[in-house]
Design a protein around this ligand. Structure first.
Ligand code: ZN
Length: 925
């Protein structure tokens, strides 16, 4: 099955080959001429092509089919390293690493040793002979490397042969495919899905079962999840994973391998048509897209991404498979993201997907493993279930992973040192000592994303997703620690313990008893104040007609540039980015292929708008910087690339501009119609209420209701907006409520009400002590861990609401999400309890904006202020809680083709709200 019919050349192949020949010199350079016949007929053509395309002094994993076992000695004498032999095959065989060195190659060609010489990358040295000494996917300590993509295909095929009652696998589509030097055409790879359950071929019972989707290696250079997943599959069918096997009457596990390009990229024969790169696993696919940014998620979509919607332009399913109306303009999605289109189409075919986990790897971290809850508006019950799963997992990892961290401390330290050296870092990155932490994506990695696979999986079916409780996992020291990736079995098996435990615990969580409800104090009532002004509807958008049709009127468009720029040592290259009138946003990405550059972005007046020095590109592990500038000044912008590091630097530069007055039209900028929606932050109330032990514990009231005495008998009042504060009757009703002993929760623009209220304890804070800041996302900068409001959350949890899902730009340098903050002096003077702080930067125009996440360092010279973002004022009678951002009104100003969500509190946000209301969340296991 690894042999493909190369005569079936697709249009894509022709285009990509042409692009490679035109755009780069490497792809079909004379040195890579695969036509050169091997110097010995014992050498397979593929092996010889690999040797020719490998760097000198690297080694090529090689399988020798021998006439006699004694030939092994000769191989050793010729310089073949790390030999392993077997006599259990038809002919004896040896596996070894052949140094790419003319002396060794000459000896091998001349010496009359071995009948056949084959290229044999992978974990099991003898897989090419279909010889599986112990297991199909050997334990890391017995393996010769990471499981190779083709080895996986053969191995899973064999497991399915032997265990067809439990295992089924199929290709759901193809990747874009790298250029194959030997075949001289692109080599798209299959996107595989493996289904594991009892009686897997009984499709009726399969449909009824809960599906747990586990996605492996979406970033191809993060291998540990895929390594763990494959071996778990083998263990389950072999009877070595009882906890999973015993659930398979009720549960079906669906393992997805979404990025075969990134996986197969390790082969020296597969090359990027655009720029040279080391032969190692790659994060992206062959089109250079990060596959974990291309999913059709709700909320803000970065126009630079290629969201894969297989229902095409009209967002409606027109028939089986990827629809005909998938746009070709302005992005040809079937060219750019065929893999993501296939994944979306396939995963939508499953009914009853309850949970999903996407396994990733990261660089260095104090924490070995992190759970990241998706950027999605979960209901309280789902947010709680996810963190209950996290607690369950924490308990197991404390037992199983924590001891390994101390035991293998020297291995971990060695990897961290290697990373520091490879990237020339001044400071040594942290060695993981904590086994586990859980939070949102922002909590865990410090930035937010749109278009992520898990966030799409979490969307309801009506919103185009599959409705799963979905999480991602990050695993420390699982990335290009040395620039490339070296196989370390004593690190991999530790990482596998983490991933395997996560999957086993997911099965446990999925089959556990239903969650307990939140307990509310007897007889107490909570009212949320609603306001029509907060409602956002697709019908408000200028390009949507009264019938909900998206018109292509107007001149909104998306323009992109992509080029490879080479910068000589100590030199600076500049690129001009022309920004037209009424440009909504400019997105950019700079990725290092070799060397390193510092990146500055200057606006038409020459002011520095973004700067990335040292921390980026090849001097850092991340290699890629990306930015989004909203509402840029028209004119000539400058992207300045400075090579101060030495050595020639080559970088891939892409920019995308979207025009539009207000929200860009998705039809003209991306080719998709606008998904219709009608949402309000008050949508949070229904699901919140249904997670309580009493259905009459929460009601919604209008501002008029409040003015007209509706607060009689209400114990807790939540005001998430500033509507109605111009009416005295409304304000005095709330004053009376507090004076009468009420518990008031002010969130978002509702915090401004503090300035209008005079009842104790609100009276101590004047209007000018409350300010509106804009931030990258709704998060506190500093927590007061033992505060009542944050009780039930963990130290990494700082994000209160996921702003991307609400339509806000959440690029690291963006500052769009509103937070309402209170000056500490008046707040604390009256005995206020602070639970969370936000550090903001003072601007020259008197406004305030986010200080980013770098308070104290990068912006140390700027004027910053520390403000109350979470806190409680207690009076003689009433209580007032301040939550700076929890239910921000959705933003319709940015591109959001797949709709908006009305509310998106994180688990931390919900817990703060429940704590403020005196609602007791169910105890965790
Ligand atoms: Zn990743």
């Amino acid at each position: 099955m690894s042999d493909r019919d190369w005569s079936l050349t697709s249009r894509r192949t022709v285009l990509q080959t042409a692009a490679a020949v035109l755009g780069g010199s490497i792809a079909l350079s004379p040195s890579a001429a695969a036509a050169a016949a091997p110097p010995s007929e014992r050498f397979s053509e593929r092996w010889w092509a690999v040797v020719q395309n490998s760097e000198e002094e690297t080694t090529v994993p090689t399988l020798f089919v021998l006439d006699d076992e004694s030939e092994t000695t000769a191989l050793e004498e010729m310089g073949v390293k790390n030999l392993r032999t077997t006599t259990a095959t038809e002919s004896p065989a040896a596996y070894g690493e052949v140094p790419v060195n003319s002396q060794v190659l000459y000896s091998l060609a001349r010496g009359d040793v071995a009948r056949t010489v084959l290229y044999a990358p992978g974990a099991n040295p003898f897989w090419k002979l279909e010889h599986y000494p112990n297991r199909v996917f050997p334990e890391p300590s017995a393996a010769t490397g990471y499981v190779d993509y083709a080895e996986f295909e053969q191995g899973i095929d064999r497991l399915v042969d032997e265990h067809g009652d439990m295992l089924r696998y199929r290709s759901v589509g193809e990747s874009p495919g790298w250029l194959d030097r030997e075949a001289r055409s692109t080599a798209p790879k299959d996107v595989w899905v493996v289904e594991l359950t009892n009686d897997v071929r009984d499709r009726e019972s399969f449909a009824e079962k809960q599906k747990l989707v586990v996605t492996l290696g979406i970033h191809g250079d993060e291998r540990s999840g895929a390594e763990a997943g494959m071996r778990l599959v083998e263990d389950v069918v072999s009877g070595d994973a009882e906890s999973v096997a015993s659930a398979l009457d009720d549960v079906a596990l669906v393992f997805l391998f979404p990025n075969p390009d990134g996986w197969a990229a390790k082969s020296p024969l597969l090359v990027d048509g655009r720029f040279r790169d080391a032969n190692t696993f790659k994060r992206s696919t062959a089109t250079g897209n990060d596959p974990n940014r291309q999913y059709p998620t709700a909320g803000w979509i970065d126009p630079a991404h290629h969201p894969a919607e297989p229902r095409g332009r009209n967002l409606r399913d027109d028939g089986a498979g990827v629809d005909e109306d998938v746009p070709e303009e302005p992005v040809d999605y079937t060219e750019q993201v065929p893999d993501s289109l296939a994944v979306v189409e396939h995963l939508r075919s499953y009914e009853n997907v309850t949970w999903a986990a996407d396994l990733h790897g990261m660089f260095a971290s104090e924490t070995m493993m992190e759970l990241l809850s998706a950027n999605h508006a979960y209901d309280f019950a789902d947010a709680h279930a996810i963190f209950e799963y996290a607690d369950r997992l924490r308990g197991r990892l404390d037992e199983e992973l924590a001891p390994l961290l101390s035991e293998r401390e020297s291995v971990l330290t060695e990897e961290v040192k290697a990373m520091q050296e490879a990237y020339g870092m001044d400071e040594r990155p942290p060695v993981p000592t904590e086994p586990f932490a859980a939070g949102t994506i922002f909590d865990a990695v410090g930035y937010s994303t749109t278009g992520g696979l898990v966030s799409w999986l979490a969307l309801s079916e009506e919103e185009g997703g599959v409705g799963a409780r979905s999480v991602a996992f990050e695993m420390a020291l699982d990335n290009r620690l040395r620039g490339s990736i070296e196989y370390r079995p004593d690190l991999l098996d530790l990482q596998m313990v983490g991933h395997r435990t996560a999957i086993e615990t997911l099965v446990e969580a999925a089959t556990a008893e239903a969650d307990a409800a939140v307990e509310t104090p007897d007889g107490e009532t909570t009212a949320f104040v609603a306001a029509d002004a907060l409602r956002a509807s697709s019908a408000d958008l200028p390009f949507v007609t009264d019938d909900g049709e998206t018109t292509d009127e107007g001149d909104d468009e998306r323009t992109s540039t992509a080029e490879s720029v080479t910068v000589a040592p100590d030199d600076t290259a500049t690129r001009t980015v022309t920004v037209a009138e009424e440009t909504h946003s400019v997105s950019g990405r700079v990725r290092a292929a070799s060397g390193a550059v510092d990146v500055d972005l200057l606006d038409p007046s020459g002011s520095l708008v973004r700067t990335y020095e040292g921390e980026t590109l090849a001097t850092s592990a991340k290699r890629t910087i990306s930015f989004v500038v909203s509402d840029p000044t028209p004119g000539e912008w400058t992207l300045r690339l400075t090579n101060g590091v030495g050595g020639e630097a080559t970088v891939d530069v892409r920019t995308t501009a979207a025009t539009g007055d207000g929200s860009p039209n998705p039809l003209t900028t991306l080719g998709y119609e606008q998904r219709q929606y009608e949402v309000t932050p008050l949508d949070v109330v229904g699901p919140y209420r249904s997670f309580l032990d009493r259905s009459d514990a929460v009601t919604t009231v209008t501002t008029d209701d409040v003015s007209n005495g509706a607060l009689d008998g209400v114990d807790n009042l939540v005001v998430p907006h500033g509507v109605g504060t111009d009416r005295d009757a409304y304000v005095s009703a709330i004053d009376d409520f507090v004076a009468g002993g009420g518990n008031l929760v002010l969130t978002d623009a509702g915090v401004e009400l503090l300035g209008d209220l005079s009842a104790d304890p609100a009276g101590s804070v004047d209007a000018d002590a409350v300010s509106r800041a804009t931030t990258t996302t709704a998060a506190v900068t500093e927590r007061v861990d033992d505060s009542t409001l944050l009780s039930g959350t963990t130290p990494i949890q700082r994000e209160l609401a996921k702003a991307g899902a609400l339509g806000y730009v959440v690029d690291a340098a963006a500052a769009e999400t509103p937070m309402y903050l209170v000056d500490p002096a008046p707040f604390e003077s009256d005995g206020g309890d602070v639970a969370g702080w936000r550090v903001v930067r003072r601007q020259s125009d008197g406004g305030e904006s986010d200080s980013g996440e770098s308070e104290g360092d990068a912006n140390a010279s700027e004027s910053t202020a520390k403000k109350v973002a979470l806190g409680t004022l207690s009076g003689d009678a009433g209580t007032v809680h301040v939550v700076g951002s929890l239910l921000p009104a959705p933003s319709q100003s940015n591109l959001h083709p797949f709709g908006l969500q009305g509310h998106a509190p994180s688990h931390c946000g919900y817990t703060v709200l429940a704590n403020a209301l005196g609602h007791a969340t169910p105890p965790s296991e």
